[in-house]
Write a protein that binds this ligand. Structure first.
Ligand SMILES: Nc1ncnc2c1ncn2[C@@H]1O[C@H](COP(=O)(O)OP(=O)(O)O)[C@@H](O)[C@H]1O
Ligand SMILES: [Mg+2]
Length: 282
């Protein structure tokens, strides 16, 4: 049984004519890492909001088709049940900070406090997620005085503290530099190793090629390709659909045109290095 199952989902925002999500069917398996890719306006954020049950609830509009979590329609869950199962990380970490607490430790503890969790349990959990996100050294700092990357790690820690099984993460690195971006991917990788199901919207295709399992490629509200990352990211026809492909895919294609027999579906630098060594007989 799929973990999250979308069948023929079509969604139209209020006051517009054309649906922005068109007949999408995808099955999400537990414990896998999915990346959603597509040009701006292709429906990535809307799809995230459908998966986390905020559409049609908050946004209204008209939805057709079915969305199920563990065999039960999302409509049958309360909002509280959904938010405890599905954690959401914002694009801009600034929007995730509650402002209700003036240091990082308390900011991360805030959600657990609201749930009435006992103080020793909170302390243990907060220390655990601070370790995981490398934020312990920021414990006494004001969350609003952190760098973007530090804020994003605190945001991840706050969501992780609540122990959701599923993480929906919408462009978490768009405002971060390469080093901070690597740190965020490192956290996501750890989450995956903890058995979490991850649905990530991200443009940095080289990092997706390295870390994700499966890719959902969108164009204009439709899924144009869905499957294992090697199959999806080596499909050159995605370029005209506004989807970036890894540099190694383009390089392998050039090599083939030059008569050098590069293997199909090389999507990471490491795979390309292996291939070049083989070609050069090393
Ligand atoms: N609240 C809204 N009302 C009407 N149209 C919207 C709303 N939010 C997004 N859209 C439209 O839906 C389409 C998909 O948007 P979005 O899901 O944000 O795409 P992406 O995240 O891929 O950039 C776009 O054409 C956008 O203009
Ligand atoms: Mg978006």
């Amino acid at each position: 049984m799929p973990y999250i199952d979308l069948k023929n989902v079509t969604y139209t925002y209020p006051l517009v004519k054309e649906p922005c999500i068109k007949d999408i069917s995808v099955s999400i398996e537990k414990g896998k890492f999915y990346a959603i890719v597509g040009a701006n306006g292709s429906g990535k954020t809307t799809l995230c909001n459908i998966i986390r049950g905020f559409i049609p609830g908050f946004y209204q509009g008209e939805i057709e088709g079915t969305v199920e979590l563990e065999g039960k329609s999302l409509e049958e869950y309360t909002l509280g049940e959904l938010t405890s199962k599905i954690g959401y990380v914002f694009q801009n970490p600034f929007n995730q900070i509650t402002g209700a607490r003036d240091n990082v430790y308390e900011e991360i503890a805030y959600g657990l406090e609201n749930l009435g969790v006992e103080v020793p349990t909170i302390r243990k959990k907060v220390e655990e997620v601070m370790e995981l996100t490398n934020t312990a050294y920021l414990a006494d700092k004001n969350p609003f005085e952190l760098s973007g990357g530090q804020q994003q790690r605190v945001a991840f820690a706050s969501v992780l503290a609540l122990e959701p099984d599923i993480f929906v993460i919408d462009e978490p690195t768009s405002q971060l530099d390469p080093k901070e971006t690597e740190r965020v991917f490192d956290i996501i990788d750890k989450m995956k190793k903890m058995g979490k199901t991850i649905i990530l919207v991200e443009h940095k295709i080289e990092l997706i090629a390295e870390y994700a399992d499966d890719i959902i490629a969108l164009e204009d509200g439709r899924v144009v390709k869905f499957g294992e990352k090697h199959d999806v990211l080596s499909d050159l026809s995605l370029i005209e659909k506004g989807i970036d492909l890894p540099q190694t895919v383009l390089l392998a294609d050039e090599l083939r045109k030059m008569g050098i027999p590069a293997k199909e579906k090389i999507i990471t630098k490491q795979e390309m290095i292996g291939q070049l060594k083989q070609i050069m007989g090393k």
